[in-house]
Design a protein around this ligand. Structure first.
Ligand SMILES: Cc1cc2nc3c(=O)[nH]c(=O)nc-3n(C[C@H](O)[C@H](O)[C@H](O)COP(=O)(O)OP(=O)(O)OC[C@H]3O[C@@H](n4cnc5c(N)ncnc54)[C@H](O)[C@@H]3O)c2cc1C
Length: 455
C-alpha cells in the first residue's frame, strides 16, 4: 500500500503531525502505525485487588497506544523553552514558542476550553525563591488534567479517523530506504511512502537505536534524571500551586555544586507506579475534577547524570538503581523524611503514626540503601532549601518515594527541519531525544508536517 506520508507512533508527536498535515494538505494520503491499542482499548489491568503489580502485557497500555505515554498523564502542557526539551536549539526560540501556543489553541478547540493557563510572569515567588538561593524557571502551564486530556485525545481521534488510516496493534519492525522513499515493514504487510515521520517516544528507544544503526544515522548519549517523588499535605505548597500550579525550581547544592530541580508538580494529586520495561518506578498525576482530587501534593526532586567515557549508558545506570529499589522493596519504596535523616528505615508502624495518608501503597524502607550518597545528599539539601519558601517541606512526615527515574532517548542527528541525513525521513518527539514533554513533542509534529506540506 502506498502513502504520501507514514507516521510511526501515535503519541502527541505523531498525532499533531497527522493533524497538521490534514490542515495543510487534506488530500494527502497519510497512515499512522501504532504498536499499542486504540484509545478506548487502553486499560492497565492493575486494579489494586486481583492484580496488584505489573503482569507485563504485550503492549503496555500506560505507555503505548493512541495518545502515547501522555494519554493518562496529568496533561500539563508547559509552554516554555526553559525545560521540556531542546527543540528551540533546532528551530529557534520564537518559532518553538509559537508552535507550543498553536498546539495549545488546538487543545482548547478540541475539548480543553475552560481549563486554566497558569503563568510565572510577574509572580512574587521569583523574588522569594532567589532570596533563598532557589531559581524559579519561567513558563506558562496549561493544566488539562488527566480527565480533560483524555477528552481532547478522543476528539482529536474522531477528527482524524476518517481522514487518516490508523493501524493499531501494529508495531513497525523495520524502515528501509528505497529509491522513491521508504518501505515500512510490519508483521502483516509492507507499506511504502514518500516521507516517513518516526515518533516512537521513550518506549520506542531500543527500536529507534536499531533504526539509527541500520540507516547509519549518528546518535549521541543523553542524560538520565534520578531522584525521589515527594508527597506532603497540599497546604504546604498551596500558596505556590494556587498561583502557578507547577513551579519548576532549581537549586545548586552547596556540598557538590550539583543541580537539583523540582519536576512534575501535582497539586491535590496522587502518586502512582510507572512501569518502564518491567522496572517499577514512581510518577504522579492529578485531576482537574475536584471530586477526584486528594489532600496531598506531590512532585519529583531530580538530579541529572550524564555519562560519556568510557561508560556511555546513562539509562542503564538509572535502570540498575531502579532495579535495586525493586529488589529491596518489591516495587517502589517509601520513607518518611524524618526517618531518612535519622538514618533508620520507615516501617509500617512509623508510617501509621504519620499525620497524613499516603496516596500510593508502597513498601516502607530505606532510600539511603538505594540512591547514591551524592544524589541523596543533594535531595536532602534541596528539601531544607524548599522549606524556606514552603515551610513544612522538611517535616518528619514528608514522604519520599523512590526511585523516580526519567530516562531520555539518545539524541538523534537531525537538521533544523528535524530531518535525518536521509531526505524525507524525519525523527521527532521524545524518540529523537530532543523533546521530553507533551508540548515540545506536539510542536515537533506540527513543525515537520508544515515542512512536508511546503515541499
Ligand atoms: C505517567 C506519565 C506522565 C507524564 N506527564 C506529563 C505531563 O504532565 N506533561 C508533560 O509535558 N509530559 C508528561 N509526560 C511525558 C510525555 O507523556 C511525553 O513527553 C510525550 O508523550 C512524548 O510524546 P511522543 O509522541 O514523542 O512519544 P510517546 O507519547 O511516547 O508516543 C510514542 C508512541 O509510539 C509508539 N511506538 C513505539 N515504537 C513503535 C513502533 N516500532 N511501531 C509503531 N509504534 C511504536 C508507542 O506505542 C507510543 O504510543 C508524562 C509521561 C508519563 C509516562
Amino acid at each position: 500500500m502506498n502513502y504520501d506520508v507514514i507516521i510511526i507512533g501515535a503519541g502527541p508527536g505523531g498525532i499533531f503531525a497527522a493533524y497538521e498535515l490534514m490542515q495543510c494538505k487534506p488530500h494527502m494520503k497519510v497512515a499512522v502505525f501504532e504498536a499499542g491499542h486504540s484509545l478506548e482499548k487502553r486499560h492497565c489491568p492493575i486494579d489494586g485487588k486481583k492484580i496488584k503489580t505489573c503482569i507485563g502485557c504485550k503492549s503496555c497500555s500506560i505507555m503505548s497506544g493512541f495518545g502515547g505515554a501522555g494519554a493518562f498523564s496529568d496533561g500539563k502542557y508547559n509552554i516554555t523553552n526553559d525545560f521540556g526539551g531542546t527543540l528551540f536549539e533546532y528551530i529557534g526560540k520564537k518559532p518553538a514558542l509559537e508552535l507550543m501556543h498553536y498546539v495549545d489553541e488546538i487543545n482548547m478547540r478540541y475539548g480543553g476550553e475552560g481549563t486554566k493557563l497558569y503563568s510565572t510572569a510577574g509572580t512574587k515567588f521569583k523574588k522569594l525563591c532567589i532570596q533563598n538561593d532557589l531559581h524559579l524557571l519561567d513558563a506558562s502551564v496549561r493544566h488539562l488534567g488527566t480527565d480533560i486530556n483524555y477528552v481532547v485525545l478522543e476528539n482529536l481521534y474522531n477528527y482524524l479517523k476518517d481522514k487518516v488510516d490508523f493501524f493499531f496493534d501494529c508495531p513497525v519492525e523495520t524502515v528501509v530506504k528505497t529509491e522513491s522513499g521508504y518501505e515500512v515493514n510490519c508483521k502483516d504487510g509492507v507499506y511504502t511512502c514518500h516521507k516517513c515521520v518516526i515518533s516512537v517516544g521513550r518506549i520506542g528507544s531500543k527500536w529507534m537505536e536499531k533504526v539509527c544503526k541500520d540507516l547509519e544515522i549518528p546518535t549521541k548519549s543523553n542524560r538520565v534524571d534520578l531522584g525521589v517523588r515527594v508527597e506532603l499535605p497540599a497546604e504546604v505548597f498551596s500558596h505556590l500551586t494556587d498561583e502557578l500550579y507547577e513551579s519548576k525550581i532549581v537549586y545548586r547544592t552547596q556540598k557538590y555544586g550539583d543541580k537539583v530541580r523540582t519536576f512534575c508538580m501535582n497539586p491535590k494529586g496522587a502518586v502512582v507506579n510507572e512501569n518502564t520495561n518491567g522496572i517499577i518506578t514512581v510518577n504522579g498525576h492529578s485531576y482537574e475534577d475536584p471530586a477526584m482530587q486528594t489532600g496531598n501534593t506531590n512532585f519529583a526532586l531530580l538530579v541529572s547524570k550524564h555519562f560519556s567515557e568510557p561508560f556511555k549508558d546513562s539509562n542503564g545506570y538509572g535502570e540498575s538503581i531502579a532495579r535495586l529499589s525493586n529488589m529491596l522493596g518489591g516495587g517502589v519504596i517509601v520513607q518518611r523524611f524524618g526517618d531518612l535523616i535519622r538514618g533508620r528505615r520507615s516501617t509500617p508502624k512509623r508510617m501509621e503514626d504519620s499525620f497524613f495518608t499516603p496516596t500510593l501503597n508502597a513498601t516502607p524502607g530505606d532510600l539511603s540503601l538505594v540512591l547514591p550518597k551524592r544524589i541523596l545528599d543533594g535531595i536532602i539539601e534541596m528539601i531544607y532549601a524548599l522549606d524556606k519558601v514552603a515551610p513544612g517541606t522538611a517535616n518528619d512526615d514528608t514522604l519520599l518515594y523512590g526511585v523516580e527515574v526519567k530516562f531520555y532517548n539518545m539524541e538523534v542527528e537531525v537538521d533544523e527541519k528535524l530531518m535525518s541525513r536521509h531526505e524525507g525521513l524525519y525523527i521527532i518527539g521524545d524518540g529523537s531525544g530532543i523533546t521530553h514533554s507533551l508540548s515540545h513533542a506536539s510542536a515537533s509534529g506540527v513543525h515537520v508536517a508544515r515542512d512536508i506540506a511546503e515541499n
